[in-house]
Design a protein around this ligand. Sequence first.
Ligand code: PSV
Ligand code: MN
Ligand code: MN
Length: 424
Amino acid sequence: MLIEKYRIQELNDSQLSTHKAKLSGLTGSIANTASVIEKLIAFQVAIPSWALGAGGTRFGRFSIGGEPRNLEEKIEDVGLLQALNQSSGAISLHIPWDIPENATSIKALAAQHGLRFDAVNSNTFQDQKGQQHSYKFGSLQHVDKAVRKQAIEHNIEVIRQGVALGSESLTVWLADGSCFPGQLNFRKAFQNTLESLKEIYAALPDNWKVFVEYKAFEPNFYSTTVGDWGQSLLYASKLGPKAYTLVDLGHHLPNANIEQIVSLLLMEGKLGGFHFNDSKYGDDDLTVGSINPYQLFLIFQELVEGMDAKGMNHATDLGWMIDASHNVKDPLEDLLQSVEAIQLAYAQALLVDAKALDQARQENDTVKAQELLQDAYRTDVRPLVAEARLRAGGALNPIGLYRSLKVRENLIKERGLVTVATGL
Ligand code: PSV
Ligand code: MN
Ligand code: MN
């Protein structure tokens, strides 16, 4: 299914006067709206290929129908999101859940939808059919060199596939760790992992980055070999300038101060990018901004401040990706909500008066500092985000248009009611 431009235009036209009225309220009171809108237009968030089907828990998965059955259809789905919001211009693949058999035609299809390939993800947390060695006791950390070699080769193959698609980064998330005290030697597990990562690092093309994603627990419940940002930063520092830490918002122990982690990684030049999602308990992978939007804003406030201090390009210097999927929503609507939540937090962060904040801090004026942040956070920036979409050729109200065009119903007609996308 394709969304034709005139359908977007029609709905936009019918909502235009209400939108403009809301927007002029904001432009009257905020000085930098023009630059906020420009920055929003440039800012693109990559969609994970594994979030396009209805997610699941270990207890069950409830298909909603019309889900993509192959990589081509996944690209088409991201193309639908991009047509609606003009802010989802990239897709992140997970290999071998995605098998780009013919890279040239896959690349061409993505280009037709205005999409590029963001980080490619390797998978050594599941055994694949026909695989010689099992990852039951880890992959890059494994005590057996042959298992490590197999996992290294898989990562190098993922880089090769990514190169063919025009991707420029590899995300490595390892389930490696242990479930019980005594099961492994922490130092040996770290050293093995580091040696393995060095071999993968050596296979990176010059313009590539590797993102080392950390996660506190799950599926291992006693130790995780890349368990927190400290461990990830150690690996990234020992590997070299092409290695960075990737922050998945759901991968921390409860109440972790993620914004502080982000700030320091950025200061060290070792923040690579994000997997955005939200959570109440653990790695819940809920819609971005659905539980704790203030935390998301605080993270963006650190990002804007830290990136500006270093003269970084907000849109291109970090990897912006979503990693969310669950059981009860239409995944495409869910992703539209996630992208919008990210844009809202970003826009609010762009409203913070950095100079005044700096001064309040200098004067130890805690109340003023909090007021400055919360003034920005409590500003309803939805008209700014909608205006950015409008100017970029997207829909003023993406979910409204998605529903009025009956996109899901059409996808079910095309693909059938019983569809199972590959992935978790
Ligand atoms: C692991 O929980 C993770 O966050 C990693 O990014 C994986 O690649 C992804 O989820 C897959 O579901
Ligand atoms: Mn992740
Ligand atoms: Mn996760």
